[in-house]
Design a protein around this ligand. Structure first.
Ligand code: NDP
Length: 248
């Protein structure tokens, strides 16, 4: 494969499964060195062995990114290990779908803390180094639910619309420092994400949507992320909205 990302240093959050895992591997195939972060150490260690065989010199970081201090720390640890950070992929996220009237606000708070506050904190931590070097790319994973809201998705869409808004404000603050910002908005991707929906009727409804659907695969999203971060320095792909062909 073409080594378009040779000598680039990337950090991928939520890399223990799904889109993050596929993205870490795809960036490695294109030549990047890759740090990976999530809570499940064993999954990260298994991925690390694959990254190793691709020459990605992986760094495993175990952290709960809903804690803003840990979200900042993983960026600092990556910079300390490799000497800098070029590409930050803020992918870690959870999707707790349930109607507003029955919503568990403790659960929604944890979702807001991870999907929004953690993403902001890791971004903030990365800015100083990127500014000093006048080079950096921040990729934030939002969702189709960050553009269009559905019943039972009020809390999740509040986080994902938040990621879209944050990304646009951020882009306008940092473009003069030669820092690029890309927001990715996928539709249905076949991952573990929806297994964590606690509200059973909603989980069944979501499973019903995917029956007979050719869903996006994590690799489909990973290839788009790798494409965005491997463009020439003057090209800034701000937003990518992508759905399975079978999704309305
Ligand atoms: P997965 O559940 O497979 O991946 C989620 C990742 O986030 C895992 O690596 C998980 O690791 C990590 N994570 C969860 N909680 C925390 C935490 N507190 N601290 C650190 N890491 C955490 O789902 P996806 O790959 O689908 O999700 C990735 C992103 O894509 C999310 O932001 C999601 O909202 C978004 N997305 C997904 C879509 C889909 O249809 N699947 C559609 C649109 C967007 P661990 O549990 O080990 O911590």
């Amino acid at each position: 494969s073409q080594q378009r990302l040779k000598d680039r240093i990337a950090l991928v959050t939520g890399a223990s499964s799904g889109i993050g895992e596929a993205t870490a591997l795809e960036l490695a195939r294109q030549g990047a060195k890759v740090a990976i972060v999530a809570r499940r150490r064993e999954r990260l260690e298994a991925l690390s062995r694959q990254l190793e065989s691709l020459g990605a010199e992986p760094l495993v970081l175990v952290a709960d990114l809903s804690d803003e201090h840990q979200a900042q720390r993983v960026v600092k640890d990556t910079e300390a290990h490799y000497g800098r950070l070029d590409i930050l992929v803020n992918n870690a996220g959870v999707m707790y779908l349930e109607p507003v009237a029955e919503a568990d606000l403790g659960r929604w708070r944890r979702m807001l803390e991870l999907n929004v506050l953690g993403l902001i904190a890791s971004t903030q931590a990365a800015l100083a180094g990127m500014r000093a070097r006048r080079d950096g790319h921040i990729v934030n994973v939002s969702s189709v639910a960050g553009r269009f809201a559905n019943p039972n998705g009020g809390g999740y869409s509040a986080t994902k619309f938040g990621v879209v808004a944050f990304s646009e404000a951020l882009r306008r603050e940092v473009y003069k420092d030669n820092i690029r910002v890309t927001v990715i908005e996928p539709g249905m991707v076949a991952t573990e994400l929806r297994e964590h929906i606690a509200h059973a009727p909603t989980r069944e409804m979501v499973e019903g949507w995917t029956t007979g659907m050719r869903q996006l695969q994590s690799q489909d999203v990973a290839e788009v992320i790798a494409f965005c971060v491997s463009r020439p320095a003057h090209v800034n792909i701000n937003e990518v909205l992508m759905r399975p062909t079978d999704q309305e």
